[in-house]
Design a protein around this ligand. Structure first.
Ligand SMILES: CCC[C@@H](CCO)COc1cccc([C@H](O)CCN)c1
Ligand SMILES: [Fe+2]
Length: 527
């Protein structure tokens, strides 16, 4: 199917504009047949406030966190949204300026202070942001809105009220954790985060938050670091966005986009420094794969997997088969940081500029890597992968490292298959067949794609001047549903789209008379 749809009218600009929160849920107009048994809440996070007074936010990940909820019940749908009352938001509203430095926007010292106290604010550690615009997920009975720092925010999934700011440093030695945890069948939540440690013991810590206990105690109180993975560069750990987990292993892909700790941990330079200023690309190191066993949790230091440089944000799935770990990823070729192309000015540019910018960016590709677990007693130079159904290779080299080459599952020029979602409860960590994704056309979300990872067949849902969000898969007894929010251009309101996940055909849509700004990730809470 041809992808290169054009967007000359630049309708996508509308999803990067500030909106107001709602005081109570809006009704929606449902067309088509919404199955009566589809009952629950679609919860999603994204930026909603793109400037404070005259001070604009510059990056896609700076806008103040807005939580969205589509409530589905007996064929009816309502839509609600509220700003999260994070410290970043509350203090910005109180002072009518950007108070907390965000991912790509530095806050400036309080202009009301005198020159000396302003000068010294540059020498205090920066206040880490709690702007939880990235995802929302359950930990036990509680729901948390998150970014990737050490602050996570407990929210009420019905009223969308902000309940409590939680500092993970009170429970774990991590500087932050990803917005993409894994949840086990027993309800345990696993995650990975940078640990800049005391004696600069630089590493990546994999943490486990155990399932809730009958005594109702907070699972966070019983959380622990289960295994530590070494950083390939002593003072420059990689940026980590997600990781893989199979039945018996953790998989961490260490990308060549590094955090310069001397910049990040110092009191930030005199000029207003933000998080984006602390990243740098290592052009020589390539990409390393690390594997650890889960139980007992132990790092496999002898398994040194190497391959050429790519950015990776979203793991699709990983599973074990005949002594191999199969790892499916959404990659972007090269070591140039993809987030450099996600400034709001780029996302709001007119279409020709958007295309020009994407020409220079790393190219997206869905890839399958296969990691042999048994790398002993084999001769060097021979492909160790003996799985019949993949062309991915792994070759032991004279220095003891294993060089990986992928099988490409999907590739299109500046057409990314991103924000991948699977039937998680059924397929995560297991051999699977389908993955659903958001199609980025020169970074602009303009289609939903279903990919069969075994045949590489794709099915598409696309509509003119419609800008979808990440599709979420809803496993249900009768049918497998796929729901996502579409934000078409201003001339038509936004709508929730309910697709039949088999045929990718529309079952129903619930339209609402307001624009819904871009959302990043979310979760479905069955009733
Ligand atoms: C120098 C990078 C530090 C790491 C945290 C430490 O492990 C990332 O920090 C942020 C800070 C603000 C917003 C974000 C967003 O979550 C990004 C996009 N998902 C990440
Ligand atoms: Fe993500």
């Amino acid at each position: 199917c041809v992808f290169s749809v054009e967007h000359p009218a630049a309708g996508y600009r509308k999803i990067f504009e500030t909106v107001e929160e709602l005081n109570e849920p809006l009704p929606t107009e449902v067309t088509g047949v919404l199955p009566s048994w589809l009952s629950g809440s679609l919860l999603r996070m994204g930026p909603g406030l793109f400037e404070v007074g005259a001070e604009p936010f510059h990056h896609l990940f700076d806008g103040q966190a807005l939580i969205h909820k589509f409530d589905l019940r007996e064929g009816h749908v309502t839509y609600h949204r509220r700003y999260i009352r994070s410290d970043a938001y509350v203090r910005a509203m109180a002072e009518k300026r950007v108070v907390i430095t965000e991912f790509g926007t530095a806050a400036y010292p309080d202009p009301c202070k005198n020159i000396f106290s302003r000068f010294f604010t540059y020498f205090q550690g920066i206040e880490v942001t709690d702007n939880c615009l990235v995802n929302i997920y359950p930990i036990g009975e509680d729901f948390y809105a998150v970014t990737e720092t050490n602050f996570i925010t407990k929210v009420d999934p019905d009223s969308l009220e902000t309940l409590k700011k939680v500092d993970l440093c009170d429970y774990l030695s991590v500087n932050g954790v990803t917005a993409h945890p894994h949840t086990d069948a027993d309800g345990s939540v696993y995650n990975i985060g940078n640990c800049f440690g005391k004696n600069m013991s630089l590493a990546y810590n994999i943490i486990k938050i155990p399932p809730p206990q009958k005594d109702g105690s907070d699972p966070l109180k019983r959380s622990e670091v289960v295994v530590q993975l070494p950083s390939s560069e002593r003072f420059k750990p990689s940026y980590v966005h997600s990781f893989g987990m199979t039945e018996n292993h953790f998989v961490f892909v260490e990308q060549p986009v590094k955090i310069n700790l001397l910049k990040f941990l110092s009191s930030w330079s005199l000029r207003g420094t933000n998080y984006m200023d602390c990243f740098e690309s290592n052009e020589y190191i390539g990409t390393w794969f690390h594997v650890a066993t889960r139980d007992p949790a132990a790092y496999l230091s002898s398994h040194k997997f190497r391959t050429s440089a790519f950015n990776v944000f979203h793991h699709i799935n990983a599973y074990e088969d005949q002594g191999f770990i199969v790892v499916d990823l959404c990659t972007w070729k090269g070591s140039d940081f993809v987030y450099n192309y996600l400034y709001l000015a780029n996302m709001r540019a007119e279409w020709d500029k958007v295309k020009e910018s994407a020409m220079r960016a790393p190219q997206p590709e869905v890839r399958r890597y296969v990691l042999p677990l048994d790398i002993y007693r084999v001769e060097q130079g021979k492909n160790l992968v003996s799985l019949s159904y993949t062309t991915a290779t792994a070759v032991l080299r004279s220095d003891g490292t294993v060089w990986l080459e992928p099988e490409v599952l999907f590739s299109g020029p500046r057409q990314a298959f991103e924000f991948p979602q699977i039937n998680y409860s059924r397929c995560s960590g297991k051999n699977y067949r389908y993955v659903y994704g958001l199609g980025l056309n020169h970074f602009i979300p303009d289609r939903i794609v279903k990919l069969n990872v075994r045949t590489k067949d794709t099915r598409l849902w696309q509509e003119e001047d419609s800008y979808p969000s990440e599709p979420l898969f809803i496993p249900t007894p009768e049918k497998h549903m796929l729901t996502n929010i579409n934000m078409p251009g201003a001339e038509r309101p936004s709508f929730l789209l309910v697709l039949d996940a088999r045929q990718m055909t529309e079952l129903a849509r619930a339209s609402v008379n307001t624009i819904i700004p871009v959302t990043l990730h979310g979760t479905y809470k069955p009733r």
